[in-house]
Ligand binder design. Sequence first.
Ligand code: FE2
Length: 184
Amino acid sequence: MAVITILNEDKTLTGTEITSALAIHGIDYERWTPAHPIADNAPSEEILNAYSREIEDLKYRGGYVTADVIDVNPATPGLEEMLAKFNREHWHDEDEVRFIIAGHGLFHIHSANGAVLAIEVEAGDLIRVPRGTLHWFNLCSDRRIRAIRLFQDMAGWTPHYTESRVDENFMPVCFGAAHLSMTS
Ligand SMILES: [Fe+2]
């Protein structure tokens, strides 16, 4: 389950309140469970098959045409260069849709109303950041994320940078399991 922090209000949300709280800012959030148990290191095709019902449903709703699986870990060549493309405030001409299979990630959303939200995602979390939404992304301390991505047109997923440097005001802090055990 994701952990949401509304940074301007110093407020943290978990559990059932997440979906409605994110919807206010235009962000879709769902929890998916696979059609059958599957290891998080299974081949990509098996991962896509296990979630084919949810993927097809999302394609229908959002006009996505392709889905793939991205796998990033500390041994990924060029990891820092890759991350440096996305840890500054930017937007895309396409939705950014991720379903997390393994690892962790931290999305910051700069909402149209000025609020900045930190969304820490983990396995089972589906997040959809609509096109044009200002955001940036960091990995957590495990430096690992495996995720299903959906695209309307992969060419549209190039980042456009705002160069606002607003991201520099927010430390990318992941809470992880320690924080969850404190709140549950
Ligand atoms: Fe992005």
